[in-house]
Design a protein. Sequence first.
Length: 248
Amino acid sequence: MPLHRAVLRSVECKLMGQVPLRHPVLDIGTGDGHFASVAYNEPIDAGIDVLWRDLREAAARPGVYRAVIRSNATALSFRDATFYTVVSNCVIEHIPDLDATLSEIARVLAPGGTFATTLPSEHFPDFLLGSTILGRLGFRTLSRAYGDFFNRISHHYHVYPPEVWRRRLDEHGLRVVEHRYYFSAAAHRAFDLSHYLSVPNAISRGLTGRWVLHPAQMRLFGSWLRRYYEEPFPDIGAYQFVRCEKAG
């Protein structure tokens, strides 16, 4: 995958991979299945997404999902209290109707079950390299515009601080039992820069269908990005990990 995704997803694998999977498990937003294949060492019972192309790729990965289903997170095709664990990696911020999504997650989750997710934090736009440089040069309006632009092209509908997420989740019977920021300001600046450094990956993807033509493409930047994978979790970060329990 391109550089910016590689460094971010590796940190998220550490976080989401520590969530105990009490079966049955539902993954909301499987994508192509690559993340689940790395983060979890046991099959996920069901994964949903809205894109047939990604679902076909996820289904083709051996031992990752027992079933993949085309479904919208705002109208899940499962009975009440079907799952003991629901996981979702950087997905629900992309869904406009947040209340319908959280309501459906709470509905299909059994009492006492776990919902774990990763999300951009309120610091996402400010910690970007472009926003930081423009802000330090005194161009505050342009700095805010850069952050807003990045949120827009990332299709982020919900970029909230922890207290807002606690309230929104609690309204649907999902009590936050663990919250952690990840991805420091320095890591996020590297993430932003990596978008531009990943242009060759985007070209190779367009021409050949592969993000990486040769491992040397990634090794060149490996030592630089590894520090952000290994850094301690910061007091504040561009992203946040949230784990909830459904009221019994």
